[in-house]
Design a protein around this ligand. Structure first.
Ligand SMILES: [Zn+2]
Length: 342
């Protein structure tokens, strides 16, 4: 059987126009090939794993065509989205594919309001959709530790803006005057051996760069004996106990004579700030770590074609189980606590 056009080598790049011109059936077949890749898109029962099924073609109340399958073994009915992030979907499957290509093309991230304009859907719909796509990236991270040469650093969000008049300004160095919503996004990036930037990124959210947090984050995510580059902050002092710790001094230079640098960590923060200031403006602390992981994914895949990235995100989305956080979000079913570095 000929390879699906979206999966062929020639679709190294893909445009939103190409997806917009797809039929609903083509979009369904695309998702089926990505969900049931072991059977080249032939349906596999979500309940019992049987591959024998009857086809039931129906339409939704709004006239949207729906392809259902009825398992010959257990008689359960299912569709390509059953049990996934996109279960009980209201939009056409083509809209989900469109959302994914728009998301993949947005190299600095995308806000829910921009997605709502791109798809012509309500803000609330777009908000949940973008978060579901992001959640599929978060849930599909591997747990392989960083190795070799790693750069670590932190950047702060939710800082208090100084008052207009000098006499009204508070000393923001004092803990009592700091914004309680301030958080630190920590990042660790493994450098490419051949000098082509960073190849793998891990990120997490915390209150500050204390040595306790830095130690815990490093030991959970970086193999011992790796070399860690950091800036001159005190929180990184203890790393010497487990790692070859190299500290730069940004007050004198950004790249030291012996290669001390955290430029790859800065590159991550640069893209993160573009998402924060240029796209979303307000990042909820509840989901801050999800935004950070999205940016880590974009940084690590910066040389991947948008077509390949779209297929990767679509594969992750259609294989991620139904998400408790994103089912009934606007009915009050949401995350209750922040995910912070332990
Ligand atoms: Zn079955």
């Amino acid at each position: 059987m000929a390879q699906h056009f979206l999966l062929a080598a020639k679709s190294k790049t893909i445009s939103e126009k190409q997806v917009a011109r797809m039929s609903e059936e083509e979009a369904r077949v695309t998702f089926e090939k990505l969900r049931w890749s072991d059977t080249d898109g032939e349906p596999v029962c979500a309940t019992c794993g049987c591959t024998d099924s009857y086809i039931i073609n129906t339409t939704s109340k709004s006239g949207k065509p729906i392809r259902r399958y009825k398992c010959k073994a257990c008689r359960t009915q299912y569709t390509v989205t059953t049990g996934t992030l996109f279960a009980s979907h209201k939009l056409e499957l083509r809209d989900y594919l469109m959302a994914i290509v728009v998301f993949a093309n947005a190299v600095k991230g995308i806000s829910a309001s921009q997605m709502s304009r791109a798809l012509g859907v309500q803000y609330k719909t777009a908000f949940v959709l973008v978060h579901k796509i992001r959640a599929s990236i978060v849930d599909n991270q591997d747990n392989i530790k960083l190795d070799g040469v790693v750069e670590m650093d932190g950047c702060y969000v939710g800082k208090t803006r100084p008052e207009n008049k000098k006499e009204d300004r508070l000393d923001l160095r004092l803990a009592a005057n700091q914004n309680p919503n301030k958080r630190c996004v920590l990042v660790a990036r493994q450098r490419d051996e051949n000098g082509n930037g960073a190849i793998k990124t891990v990120t997490g959210v915390t209150f500050s760069e204390s040595s306790k947090v830095i130690d815990s984050f490093a030991l959970s995510n970086i193999t011992k004996n790796a070399t860690i580059h950091s800036d001159g902050a005190n929180g990184y002092d203890n790393l010497e106990a487990w790692y070859n710790s190299i500290k730069g001094d940004h007050s004198t230079c950004y790249v030291g004579d012996n290669g001390e640098s955290s430029n790859q960590a800065e590159s991550f923060f640069s893209r993160f700030r573009r998402l924060q200031y240029g796209q979303c403006h307000k990042l909820s602390n509840l989901y801050l770590v999800n935004y950070a992981i999205e940016i880590a994914y974009r940084e690590d895949n910066r040389r991947v074609s948008n077509g390949a990235m779209m297929i990767d995100i679509a594969t992750k989305s259609i294989n991620t189980p139904t998400h408790s956080e994103w089912t009934g979000y606007w009915q009050g079913n949401k995350r209750v606590a922040e995910r912070l570095v332990a």
